[in-house]
Design a protein around this ligand. Structure first.
Ligand SMILES: *Cc1c(COP(=O)(O)O)cnc(C)c1O
Length: 351
């Protein structure tokens, strides 16, 4: 197929699929796509670009807003009056959900694992000011959040409240569709800016974002390879979760497509001591990108993904790629949690 007819086919797909995804607009798109000039020069490898989803113009931004636009449309269509979700106290997703609920005039109930922390800072401070109500599971097991979200929703139903439960981290098929639209957006932006990427770098947490990118790329038949770094679960576990979410989201679009873990490779090795604990490698990457581009990555997601990606570049893993786009998914409120001492830690040895 020649370029023009492929473009036309993609345009048609974007029209038909977008029309199947109801969405309640919260922000302005497209988010900027900008070259990282100094960094590209310094690395003297592929040309690097940033897709600035951290600049999404609502509720402190970040990728979670894209999923929430679709979930909000679904919640309102169902007549919901309360959004219930959960994660850890520093969750970007919970903060974004609290902002979404406030905007739409809904209640928000946030379920957090563990106990109420003494310190009210970062995302927790923002979520509080947005007037979310809190429940703590009093267990460090993160799965305890899912159980409590369902239990809280059940109790609310008895009380004649119409809750809309969003799984931990926002990872659900409905939310995945919001990220499919992000792929459509970036494709159109690349066309108009004359950028032809061959790979996309993404930080992976609960997997909904990656699932949407995978599905979007498959729908448009784009030659974009996903380079994904897990910041939370082990790679095998998260690969399966991403594949399952992509399959479920495809079903919402009436597509009988099945994805498996081989379709969703994930790089491991850059989680550090655990989810949400900043690593010295991430601190190093954050300083490097900040100082060369004026772009602030976050310590929980994008900093770790960038640490992994820079490590790959140094080891000539991506020689076959000419242009790579790093999706900056947000998370900056983490800079305002804790004392920031982690920024001064340095990697002990070259990996
Ligand atoms: C949640 C999040 C991600 C990962 O998204 P998932 O859909 O959970 O995989 C990446 N970056 C930031 C800043 C996030 O808040």
């Amino acid at each position: 197929m020649n370029n023009k007819s492929l473009e036309l086919q993609r345009k048609n797909t974007i029209e038909t699929i977008s029309a199947q995804i109801p969405r309640h607009s919260l922000a302005q798109y497209p988010t900027p796509l900008r070259p990282a000039k100094q960094l590209s020069e310094y690395l003297s490898g592929p040309e690097l670009w940033f897709k600035r989803d951290d600049l999404i113009s609502f509720g402190f931004g970040g990728n979670k807003i894209r999923g929430l636009e679709v979930m909000l449309a679904d919640a309102l269509a169902q007549g919901a009056d309360t959004l219930i979700t959960g994660a850890g106290v520093q969750s970007n997703h919970v903060r974004a959900t609290a902002a979404t609920a406030a905007y739409a005039g809904l209640r928000c109930i946030a379920v957090y694992w563990g106990n109420q922390p003494a310190q009210v800072d970062g995302n927790y401070r923002l979520t509080k000011l947005l007037n979310a109500e809190f429940r703590f599971t009093q267990s460090d097991d993160r799965d305890s959040v899912d159980a409590m979200i369902n239990a809280v929703a059940e109790v609310q139903r008895w009380n004649d409240v119409k809750p809309y439960a969003i799984p931990r981290g926002g990872a659900c098929a409905m939310g995945v569709l919001g990220h499919v639209l992000a792929v459509f957006e970036l494709y159109q932006q690349c066309l108009s800016q004359g950028v032809e990427p061959d790979a996309i770098v993404l930080a992976v947490g609960s997997g909904g974002t990656y699932a949407g990118w995978l599905l979007g790329i498959r729908l448009l038949n784009l030659p974009w390879k996903m380079l994904c770094y897990t910041v939370s679960r082990e790679p095998e576990q998260v690969s399966q979760q991403v594949a399952d979410l992509a399959t479920q989201a495809a079903a919402l679009l009436k597509l009988d497509w099945t994805f498996c873990a081989e379709d969703t490779p994930v790089f491991g090795g850059f989680i550090g001591q655990g989810y949400g604990i900043p690593s010295p490698e991430a601190a190093e990457a954050i300083k490097q990108i900040g100082r060369s581009e004026g772009i602030l990555l976050d310590p929980v997601y994008t900093g770790k993904a960038m640490a992994g990606f820079l490590h790959g570049l140094r080891n000539k893993q991506f020689e076959q790629h000419k242009k790579i786009i790093f999706v900056h998914t947000g998370g900056e409120p983490a800079f305002f949690a804790g004392n920031g001492d982690w920024l001064n830690s340095s990697p002990t040895a070259e990996q």
